[in-house]
Design a protein around this ligand. Structure first.
Ligand code: FO1
Length: 324
């Protein structure tokens, strides 16, 4: 690591950061935080509301997206799945006439086979997640929000209630959403280590993930919203929306469909008292006067790994300011 990088990051040497993350955008900031913090100083609480059983396999898209991203092996364009993966299994499924709408790569199958096998042998989702991530060299702590099933379903005008991946992948999030349901959340409790991580954190970061589809499921797990409201350290969100549009995925479209303002103002209002500040893009800096919480304007579009590190540094530095 270049000396100047070490100098920049020594300010965060004693921090213990908890990040709440969902899909691709969340994984990118989590990666930036992991690169800036000492090994083991980052805990990522990951959304599992997108999990589903597919061909009999327990697929955990957001856990895998965060894990692969932190391991440096995520697909560089999609953000999900593995770099250099192939689609032989999908092609053979199609030969058998299966629609094969979910693009599960051949190498990605290994993760899903091992996870399914472990769960069938009594392992918890937390245990298999820790085992797989450790074997990939990930030093951050990856925690599913819960070891119990929480399923994010969307009630749509055109097709009624859809399971998350049917909505997101099969129908490319085009159906109009009336309601989002978090099936099982009311009886799900946090995975081991989640509460402790929040209680011992020096900073909490809500990553630029879809608030309704990727972060809300985490908040719906028993006691999570209360734990965040009882925080004694700052909690900062990085906006997943820039200039009224989502950087990736349905966040803006979905918020508009749910009568939430698809803007940084809407994001800040969505989290309300759960956050002490919001990081917005320079393009939205004029909105800061309409945002109740303190806001920091920066370039929050993370195209390269260097962007992830820069945004992570800015977030952590600002969090320290808020802490005073
Ligand atoms: N997203 C897509 O848009 N199309 C896919 O074919 C797809 C396959 C896929 C396979 C494994 C995996 O872990 C994730 C995958 N995703 C795909 C992404 C996933 O649907 C979303 O990233 C999350 O569920 C929401 O962020």
């Amino acid at each position: 690591m270049a000396l100047n990088t070490m100098t920049d990051d020594s300010a965060f040497a004693n921090e213990r950061v908890v990040a709440l993350a969902g899909g691709v955008g969340g994984a990118k900031l989590a990666d930036g935080l992991a690169r800036v913090l000492p090994p083991g100083a980052l805990t990522v609480i990951v959304n599992t509301g997108d999990d589903f059983t597919h061909y009999g396999l327990h697929v955990s898209p957001d856990l895998d997206t965060v894990m692969y991203t932190l391991a440096g092996i995520a697909h560089p364009v999609n953000g999900w799945g593995l770099a250099d993966d192939t689609r032989q299994m999908i092609e053979m499924m199609k030969r058998y006439g299966d629609e094969a709408w979910f693009g599960l790569g051949d190498r990605d199958l290994a993760t899903n086979l091992l996870r399914t096998h472990a769960l069938a042998n009594g392992w918890s989702l937390s245990q298999i997640t820790h085992d797989l991530a450790s074997r990939l060299g990930v030093t951050s702590h990856l925690l599913p929000m819960s070891d119990m099933s929480v399923a994010t379903n969307v009630d749509t005008i055109e097709m009624g209630i859809l399971k998350f991946q049917e909505y997101f992948v099969r129908h490319r999030w085009q159906p109009v959403v009336k309601r989002v349901l978090y099936e099982g959340a009311e009886s799900a409790y946090p995975a081991p280590g989640v509460k402790e991580a929040l209680e011992t954190a020096t900073m909490i970061v809500i990553c630029p993930s879809n608030p309704v589809l990727s972060v809300e499921p985490i908040l719906r797990v028993q006691g999570m919203r209360a734990a965040l409201e009882a925080r004694t350290v700052p909690c900062v969100v990085v906006s997943p929306i820039v200039a009224g549009a989502a950087l990736k995925g349905p966040a803006a479209k979905l918020m508009a469909e749910l009568d939430l303002e698809p803007s940084v103002i809407g994001i800040a209002d969505y989290y309300g008292r759960l956050i002490d500040g919001i990081v917005i893009d320079n393009e939205d800096s004029a909105s800061s006067q309409h945002i109740k919480q303190p806001s920091l304007a920066s370039n929050i579009v993370m195209r390269e790994v260097t962007d992830r590190v820069r945004v992570a540094r800015e977030v952590l530095a600002w969090n320290k300011e808020l802490m005073r």
